[in-house]
Design a protein around this ligand. Structure first.
Ligand SMILES: C[S@@+](CC[C@H](N)C(=O)[O-])C[C@H]1O[C@@H](n2cnc3c(N)ncnc32)[C@H](O)[C@@H]1O
Length: 266
């Protein structure tokens, strides 16, 4: 990231290593053997993300907390507040919900089934395409009506209708695991991928065709693959060479497998 110009990136979508929730392949530079994972310079990354993000650009930071002896770390909140300190707006706190399926947690709490998707913006987001796929219960065509004024007269009105589909809520639910997050078998060699559809939905919402999208912790290359399929440019960084290899194989396979119509059905 340090090699990027200021204001270079339109949209970042990323999911950093959360506390010690996942055990990554740690046989590489940057590994912290104590945690069987990585330490990563969070504050440096957050400041750099602010620098490289265009005015009006967006960063989607997908993160959860671990619980140590009945005490959640709260690191996701600490990180969100630090992004604000860097200058970002906390534009929306969204939820990535997953139906219970081997989710993390313990048997004293309710089943843990979500992560945060913090949406930060540098100023106001320059692109917002809200996805409309929530069925409106009271969908109706527009019609004519009247309103009685204070002086007793009737004012004729045209009432707007409601479309069959309204904008969705900021809680997005995705099935996860093999056959759900992706049909690319190779991607599951990475222990903590997020669903392709989640990446696609954020790409559609916060960017335009031709924009530059970045994932600083790209893992198996989910964001990169979805950028190819939605005609965005992309850059990814990943500390682990094995995961880079997975991403490279997956991306070339993705280009071969899909066309633009098929992506709409994901
Ligand atoms: C939660 S995973 C991301 C998975 C990705 N979203 C996907 O769908 O495949 C986090 C990734 O961050 C990588 N990582 C950890 N520290 C890093 C660092 N300092 N720089 C770049 N990547 C890092 C890990 O190797 C891991 O692949």
């Amino acid at each position: 990231m340090s090699k990027m110009f200021d204001g270079y990136i339109d949209l970042t979508i990323t999911s950093p290593p959360y506390d010690e929730l996942r055990s990554y392949d740690n046989q590489v530079m940057g590994a912290n053997p104590k945690f069987n994972g990585y330490t990563f310079p969070f504050e440096k990354i957050a400041k750099e993300l602010y620098r490289v993000t265009k005015r009006g650009g967006v960063v989607v930071w997908i993160v959860g907390d671990s619980c140590v002896k009945g005490n959640e770390t709260g690191n996701s909140f600490r990180q969100a507040l630090f992004f604000k300190q860097c200058g970002f707006n906390l534009f929306d706190t969204m939820i990535y919900s997953k139906p219970p399926r081997g989710a993390v947690g313990n048997n004293k709490t309710y089943w843990q089934s979500f992560e945060y998707m913090f949406v930060f913006s540098k100023g106001s987001p320059k692109t917002i395409n809200l996805i409309k796929d929530r069925e409106n219960k009271d969908a109706r065509n527009g019609d004519n009506g009247t309103k009685r004024l204070k002086n007793g007269e009737l004012l004729k009105l045209k009432r707007g209708g409601y479309g069959a589909l309204g904008r969705r809520t900021n809680i997005w639910e995705y099935n996860i695991g093999k056959g759900h997050s992706t049909s690319d078998k190779i991607a599951h060699d990475h222990p903590a991928i997020f669903p392709e559809k989640l990446a696609k939905d954020h790409i559609y919402t916060w960017s335009k065709v031709g924009d530059l999208v970045y994932d600083p912790m790209m893992g198996s290359g989910t964001v990169a693959k979805m950028c190819i399929l939605t005609e965005r440019d992309y850059i990814g960084s990943e500390i682990n060479k094995n995961y880079c290899d997975i991403a490279e194989k997956r991306i070339s396979q993705g280009v071969l497998q899909y066309d633009r119509n098929e992506i709409e059905t994901l």
